[in-house]
Design a protein around this ligand. Structure first.
Ligand SMILES: [Zn+2]
Length: 109
């Protein structure tokens, strides 16, 4: 586990959003690869999968289990992200919905 230096200056909202965009790109890449692998092995393409939490903490590598189709549906709105309860930051996002074990938030930075 990595630790955050105690006296690090607070990241700007823009910087926080960049991390969230980065995690989203990572999740999308995993999802695409997963779909290929599942298709090749004749597996259920929509079995829940552990996506990365898309919060603004650069060190967060927690996973959220949800169906790839659900993940895709949420991200059809480019300002919506999925993250774990308690990982939301009121200065950059507002919670729009809560589902099984995760939050859907809207970023406004
Ligand atoms: Zn997180």
């Amino acid at each position: 586990m990595t630790t955050t230096p105690p006296h690090q200056p607070p990241a700007s909202p823009r910087r926080l959003r960049e991390n969230e965009d980065f995690m989203e790109r990572l999740n999308r890449a995993m999802k695409d690869r997963l779909a290929e692998v599942r298709e090749a092995h004749d597996e259920d393409p929509d079995e829940p999968f552990g996506f990365f939490c898309e919060c603004s903490d650069v060190d967060c590598r927690r996973r959220i289990r949800l169906e790839p189709s659900r993940y895709e549906a949420i991200h059809r709105d480019p300002d919506l992200f999925v993250l774990l309860p308690g990982h939301e930051l009121p200065e950059v996002e507002s919670v729009v919905d809560q589902e099984f074990g995760y939050l859907i938030v809207r970023k406004f930075v």
